[in-house]
Design a protein around this ligand. Structure first.
Ligand SMILES: Cc1ncc(COP(=O)(O)O)c(C=O)c1O
Length: 441
């Protein structure tokens, strides 16, 4: 029996602590992406491991329709004041895609409970919300959707802010309002009485490498949604739990969504935990037990214990503020060291979610041809130099557009931030040598 591996020829991981991962050959890597922007509290935190183990010893599993648990109630109570929703109700699942699927069903259930048969979901171009079919349908990333198009359904997609590549003739003025007009048109085309929800990341993660929308964007799109009775779903799977220097990225814009999804940083990789959160109004309208839905591993007590330990660690060690501070240092150093680099088009982001976009020509912002596989080559060069990054290829037009995402554990020190930047600069030098040696693409 073989492992159906995600990629060929992978090194085997041995152990990890803090911001460092070590493989079985003893090679050390600085984890500048926290895996897939997952690890917030750092690798190897004993108290989180202990909290999970202690709960598993008490009771590892009961079904969510048979028992509640004190630990889940405690987790929900400590999480509630940190969430950007009024009177929130938390539905814990096993990851981001499940959280998105759950939120979509909550949106439909809410409208049905009000006697409205709404089902169309509006997503955004270039977005990523998960690989299960409902979540992929909402996602706009063409390359991920392509093999499964016959299976994808009724979601429609609207424009997304991408300030570096903004096509509006009034740019940089009023871009948020123009996107809101596009959203309103998309809703009108779909038939406003059919549209259930608008799903978007407050700050775009993997699809666009940390694009921060202009300030006028969120107030304008929320207003459009409210006017048409469309629920606002903030996908905070990547941005939640301190990543952007706020507990949730919605806070940067004063945004109060109706539904919110989280995952990744919620349990920092110590447990596969995702969360779908409904506002009090949505929850009350659906009612406890009113959602036709469920997973074997939802409402898991070990997941709640792990999430609670991670939450307390983030809070008690001031890691949300640290993300803001170290993120400013990281973005500042990258701009300082790479600001004149002929291929670095843009450095952007919020907190410790930072994107670096590479272009063939800075003046015209022309992306490299996809055939040159620049993102993949940079990732490989960085890994050889002991630096782990996360890819965000396709950010220009769905196919072309090379970018990497940095999202290290929030415990990263100032000295480690400097090392990350040094290694990224060195990796870009290696990449330049390799591209020159390969000749024009
Ligand atoms: C914004 C966003 N939503 C949803 C998901 C899906 O999460 P998962 O891979 O845990 O299913 C991801 C994963 O990268 C994500 O970035």
């Amino acid at each position: 029996m073989a492992v159906f591996a995600r990629a060929p020829g992978l090194p085997r991981v041995a152990w990890a602590r803090g911001v460092e991962v070590v493989d079985t050959d003893g090679r050390r890597y600085l984890d500048a992406s926290g895996g897939a922007v997952v690890v917030g509290v750092g690798h190897g935190v004993e108290e989180v491991v202990e909290a999970a183990a202690a709960q598993a010893r008490r009771v590892a599993y009961v079904h969510g329709t048979a028992f509640g648990s004190d630990v889940l109630e405690e987790y929900a109570a400590e999480l509630a004041p940190l969430l950007p929703l009024d009177d929130p109700a938390v539905y814990p699942v096993s990851g981001g895609s499940e959280a998105v699927e759950t939120a979509l069903k909550m949106a439909r259930a809410y409208h049905l409970a009000r006697g409205e048969d709404r089902w169309v979901v509006v997503g955004r171009e270039h977005s990523y919300h998960g690989n299960s079919r409902g979540a992929l349908d909402v996602s706009g990333r063409a390359a991920l959707r392509a093999p499964y198009l016959p299976w994808l359904g009724p979601a429609v997609h609207t424009s997304t802010p991408q300030e570096y590549r903004c096509g509006f003739d009034t740019h940089p003025h009023g871009c948020g309002l123009r996107h809101a007009e596009r959203l309103e048109q998309t809703i009108a085309d779909a038939g406003p009485e059919r549209v259930a929800a608008f799903v978007a990341e407050p700050v775009a993660g993997a699809g666009l490498a940390a694009c921060v929308p202009p300030e006028d964007y969120w107030p304008a799109v929320v207003e459009v949604c409210r006017r048409h009775g469309v629920l606002v779903v903030a996908d905070e799977v990547m941005t939640g739990f301190g990543r952007t220097g706020r507990w949730f990225a919605s806070e940067h814009f004063g945004m109060r969504p109706d539904l919110l999804t989280a995952g990744k940083g919620a349990a920092s990789g110590y447990w596969p935990l995702g969360l779908a959160v409904a506002s009090g109004e949505v929850h009350e309208t659906i009612g406890d037990g009113g959602l036709v839905h469920g997973f074997t591993y939802s409402h898991h007590a070990v997941g709640a214990a792990t999430g609670l330990a991670v939450l307390r660690r983030l809070r008690d060690h001031g890691l949300v503020g640290a993300a803001e501070e170290r993120g400013a240092q990281l973005a500042g150093l990258l701009r300082e060291r790479l600001g004149d680099h002929p291929w670095v088009g843009d450095v952007r982001g919020a907190g410790l979610l930072v994107g670096v976009e590479l272009v063939e020509d800075r003046g015209s912002r022309t992306p490299f041809p996809r055939s040159r596989r620049v993102t993949e080559q940079l990732l490989a060069a960085a890994k050889e130099l002991g630096l782990l990054l996360y890819p965000a290829a396709g950010c220009a037009d769905g196919s072309r557009g090379d970018a990497v995402l940095l999202g290290p554990p929030l415990v990263i020190s100032a000295a480690e931030v400097e090392q990350v930047v040094e290694r990224l600069v060195a990796a870009l030098d290696v990449l330049a040598d390799r591209l020159r040696a390969a000749g024009p693409g």
